[in-house]
Design a protein around this ligand. Structure first.
Ligand code: PEP
Ligand code: MN
Length: 346
């Protein structure tokens, strides 16, 4: 914490405050300016009530500098979180970035899903994505196949060995979705559904939390904190674009700067979704590459066997042929990154 003394604070007052802090286990560093003296106090602020310092004579202000997201903060751990899955797949830290692909929604054509899954496996992807419970802006749009969709994902996973990531919208569905999914996704619209976050804190399966369209990075990390505070440390963040001024060319604005920022301030893995982040299929490749270079631990994007006739998000989904080309380009880039020297602190 930082203790700012009054401009006219006497030596005796500065000394008294310093002694008080030291007595409570803080290490102090005195910075004497021409006008003000500032005391930087390093220690566990839980050992002291900041108000007891503000009320000491000669104190002007007390500022707490620890981030509010204590468990998600880089300061909480000496190493980045790496989440391990079966087949040796890892997400986070300096692990090789993963690719998560699949349709926006799981649809009734299972063969279509399987075609995507087979191509994904062939192109070296690790996860099959697809929504069985869909958050849709309009109640008239396709709402998802629910358990049938989960069964299709499980079947395609069994045939290909891909891991499954799918969305959970309601606390009541957590046990059912946990049976089928390797990662439970919290959609952007539910980033601050605190009841859902708390309930996901009680399970052990990894949770992928998508950034809300209007959420600041701090709010995003605090949403992750809710899951962690309630017991589940296996949280993956997902940047998926935020609302901004230009909607003529893109659906959202993909916040590339959020990637190095999150890597600087948090130990949690960060995956990027250039499909929802842009809303345009031609932007998946350039923005996916930008995200990888900026330090993303993985990419999630939409691939459909027949995008023009998809039940949802066809415009931001790649066809299987387009996907093969884009995956080649991502794999080439992933192979070129010097992971040992990619420093998460920069
Ligand atoms: C999704 O990934 O299926 C999805 C609905 O994305 P978002 O929550 O980011 O809109
Ligand atoms: Mn979608």
């Amino acid at each position: 914490m930082i203790v700012v003394m009054e401009p006219g604070a006497s030596e005796a007052q500065i000394e008294r405050v310093s002694e008080y802090l030291v007595k409570h286990g803080f290490k102090i560093n005195l910075n004497r300016g021409d006008v003000l003296t500032v005391i930087a106090a390093i220690g566990d602020k839980r050992l002291i009530n900041p108000h007891s310092i503000s009320s000491l004579e000669g104190v002007h202000d007390v500022k707490l500098i620890q981030e509010p997201y204590k468990m998600a903060s880089k300061n909480a751990k000496d190493k980045d979180t790496i989440i391990e899955f079966k087949n040796g797949v890892k997400i986070g830290g300096d692990a090789k970035p993963v690719l998560m692909v699949g349709p926006c929604s799981v649809e009734k054509d299972y063969e279509g899903l399987l075609k995507v899954a087979i191509a994904a496996k062939e192109m070296g992807c690790q996860f099959l994505r697809g929504g069985a419970f869909k958050p849709r802006t309009s109640p008239y749009d396709f709402q998802g196949l629910e358990e049938k969709g989960l069964q299709y994902l499980a079947k395609a996973s069994k045939e290909t060995g891909l891991l499954v990531v799918t969305e959970v919208m309601d606390t009541l569905d957590i046990p059912l979705i946990s049976k089928y999914a390797d990662i439970l996704q919290v959609g952007a619209r539910n980033m601050q559904n605190f009841k859902l976050l708390k309930a996901l804190g009680k399970i052990k399966k990894p949770v992928m939390l998508k950034r809300g369209p209007a959420a600041t990075i701090k709010e995003f990390l605090l949403a992750a904190e809710h899951i962690m505070y309630n017991g589940n440390q296996n949280v993956i963040l997902c940047e998926r674009g935020i609302k901004s001024i230009d909607s003529d060319f893109t659906r959202n604005t993909l916040d590339i700067a959020a990637i190095p920022i999150i890597r600087k301030y948090s130990h949690l893995p960060i995956v990027v979704d250039p499909s929802h982040g842009t809303g345009r299929r031609y932007l998946i490749e350039p923005m996916g590459k930008a995200a990888l270079i900026a330090g993303a631990h993985g990419l999630m994007f939409e691939v459909h066997h027949d995008p023009d006739n998809a039940s949802s998000d066809g415009a931001q989904s790649l066809s299987i042929e387009q996907f093969r080309e884009v995956a080649k380009s991502f794999n080439k880039l992933i192979g070129r990154i010097d992971y040992d020297n990619r420093n998460s602190k920069n």
